[in-house]
Design a protein around this ligand. Structure first.
Ligand SMILES: NC(=O)c1ccc[n+]([C@@H]2O[C@H](COP(=O)([O-])OP(=O)(O)OC[C@H]3O[C@@H](n4cnc5c(N)ncnc54)[C@H](O)[C@@H]3O)[C@@H](O)[C@H]2O)c1
Length: 242
């Protein structure tokens, strides 16, 4: 698929991987619908202005709003959505037996329930459009599990099941649905880790470094462009899970 003038809606696109995706899609000439809880940063505004991209910003906490209404608002901004990237996510790590229900609910809510219902709302319209692409940000943790991340792993594994199921349904209307499973990417999410934990993780990465948000964004561009890939999970992890 040629991405020029296609409309991409990226959730949680004010920082990290989401912001890198915004820039990557902008470089391809796509129009952007961005989302975040806070004001758009000057850095991102400047980066987007440099790309001379058409964009709209929907400031919203995705866990606090009606996702049907958000989807309608987003759709009406440009009259279409060609690509939805369910990127917003958070982790709340704790060993399993000490994990509180609130830690489970917060993570499952943003990392699984929001992509589930936002995809549902957008896919209804994509069905009528008879085209569309959905990309879900999962994690290697959703494929392999991780101590201290039972809630996050359950949400990210759930996203892979969701991806495969709706890829089968969407294919009937030329809608493709895929997931990306990043390993350790250098963003605010991983900058919070202690030096000891970072060192331990680095030892498990054959390529010997954390990934860049831009390297995950390249995966999203591939999944948006390639018309014959659906229901897949692309791993971007420096060989961590070989
Ligand atoms: N960084 C990694 O190593 C890594 C690894 C695997 C998967 N991922 C996944 O990739 C995605 C992006 O991660 P990141 O590292 O860029 O994270 P990040 O914490 O740097 O950014 C998360 C983004 O989500 C937004 N967000 C958070 N809560 C929100 C809410 N309630 N409503 C709207 N937006 C909200 C934030 O504003 C931010 O833009 C997440 O789904 C994450 O789980 C990240």
């Amino acid at each position: 698929m040629e991405l020029k003038d296609k409309v991409v809606f990226i959730t949680g696109s004010t920082h990290g991987i989401g912001a890198a995706m915004a820039t990557a899609f902008a470089k391809q000439g796509a129009k952007l619908i961005l989302n975040g809880r806070k004001e758009l940063s000057e850095d991102l505004k400047n980066a987007l202005e440099q790309e001379n991209v058409e964009y709209q910003y929907l400031q919203a906490d995705l866990t606090q709003i009606d996702l049907d209404e958000l989807s309608k608002k987003a759709w009406d901004l440009f009259g279409q959505i060609d690509i939805l990237v369910n990127n917003a996510g958070l982790a709340k790590d704790k060993m399993f037996i000490g994990m509180h229900e609130a830690d489970f609910e917060k993570v499952l809510n943003l990392d699984l329930k929001v992509p589930f219902f936002l995809s549902k709302a957008v896919m209804k319209k994509m069905n009528k459009q008879r085209s569309g692409v959905i990309i879900n940000l999962s994690s290697v943790v959703g494929l392999h599990g991780n101590a201290g991340q039972a809630n996050y792993a359950a949400a990210k594994a759930g996203l892979i099941g969701l991806t495969k199921s709706i890829a089968r349904e969407g294919a009937l209307r030329s809608i493709r649905v895929n997931a990306i499973a990043p390993g350790m990417i250098d963003t605010e999410m991983t900058q919070k880790l202690s030096d000891r934990v970072k060192k331990n993780i680095l030892e498990q990465i054959p390529l010997g470094r954390f990934g860049l948000a831009e390297e995950v964004a390249q995966g999203a561009i591939f999944l948006a462009q390639n018309d014959y890939v659906t229901g897949q999970t692309i791993v971007v992890d420096g060989g961590m899970t070989i």
